[in-house]
Each structure stands twice: as structure tokens, then as C-alpha cells.
Design a binder for this molecule. Structure first.
Ligand SMILES: C[S@@+](CC[C@H](N)C(=O)[O-])C[C@H]1O[C@@H](n2cnc3c(N)ncnc32)[C@H](O)[C@@H]1O
Length: 131
């Protein structure tokens, strides 16, 4: 996986550790530089992640689904569910969640938020989530 670096000193592992677990590397960069990294990475981000068998996507989708299933049994929860994916990137996770809900009677409105307009352009090609 080779995400670009705004200043040539951030590698893929740094980006992933930082974004997934909120630690170091990218968090030390300025917001503008982070945006540059994600703008440049947006083109290959999803395929890079898929090529590297990133397990967090299916795990997260399954966990989100489990929470929604539990909540669905509570009568005082308004429907459809409203989910906000902060730092949604290309929206791949939203696609997995949406697919998981298809065989159920649970409906959800998914909104993606991201500071990279380039990532949001990729998201716009999907019909599962609005931004
Ligand atoms: C590693 S990607 C993960 C994308 C998506 N959540 C996924 O699982 O594929 C991190 C995303 O968070 C976005 N991001 C990082 N910092 C952000 C911030 N401060 N505000 C909004 N979006 C941010 C990036 O643009 C990028 O799309």
C-alpha cells in the first residue's frame, strides 16, 4: 500500500495506525497536509485497502449491524435509523452496512462526512450514502 505523503515522511502504516486508532504520525501533520495526503490517496485508497485484506471493514460493518439489530427491538427509537460516518472516505463501510441491512426490515439513512472533497467525489458514485 503506498499512500502519498504531503511531505514525504509518512508511510502507509502510519496513515492506517493514525486513522484507525487516533495515534501519532498523521495526527502530527497540519490539517492541510492531511487533506493533501487523502486527496492524493483518494484515487487508489479503496483498492489499496482491499488489496491488503484490511479486516476492519467487515468487522466494523458486523458490529454496527449488531448494534442496530439490538436497537431495532426498542420501541422508543425513531425510524429509519440515522447513521453518520465521520471520516467516511469513499464510503466502502457504508456499502457493507447497507448490504448487511438488505435482508432485514431495518432501514437506515446514511450520511458521510469527510474533509477530503476528493474522497467525497468517490462517495458520490455510490448510492448508499449522502454527504
Ligand atoms: C483511513 S481513511 C478511512 C476512511 C473510511 N472510514 C474507511 O473506513 O474506509 C480516513 C478518512 O478520514 C478523513 N479524515 C481524516 N481526518 C479528518 C478530519 N479531521 N475531518 C474530516 N475527515 C477526516 C480522511 O479524508 C479519510 O477519508
Amino acid at each position: 500500500m503506498h499512500p502519498p505523503s504531503a511531505e514525504g515522511h509518512v508511510n502507509a502504516t502510519d496513515v492506517f495506525v493514525s486513522c484507525s486508532f487516533g495515534k501519532q504520525a498523521v495526527t502530527k501533520m497540519s490539517t492541510k497536509d492531511k487533506q493533501k495526503v487523502y486527496a492524493q490517496w483518494s484515487e487508489t485508497y479503496e483498492q489499496d485497502v482491499l488489496d491488503n485484506d484490511y479486516v476492519a471493514w467487515p468487522i466494523c460493518a458486523e458490529k454496527i449491524f449488531a448494534v442496530m439489530s439490538n436497537m431495532a427491538s426498542e420501541e422508543n427509537i425513531s425510524r429509519p435509523f440515522k447513521l453518520v460516518d465521520v471520516g467516511c472516505g469513499t464510503g466502502y463501510l457504508g456499502t457493507l452496512v447497507s448490504d448487511r441491512l438488505k435482508s432485514t426490515d431495518i432501514s437506515a439513512f446514511l450520511v458521510g462526512v469527510d474533509f477530503s472533497s476528493e474522497m467525497l467525489e468517490k462517495l458520490a458514485t455510490r448510492s448508499v450514502m449522502t454527504s
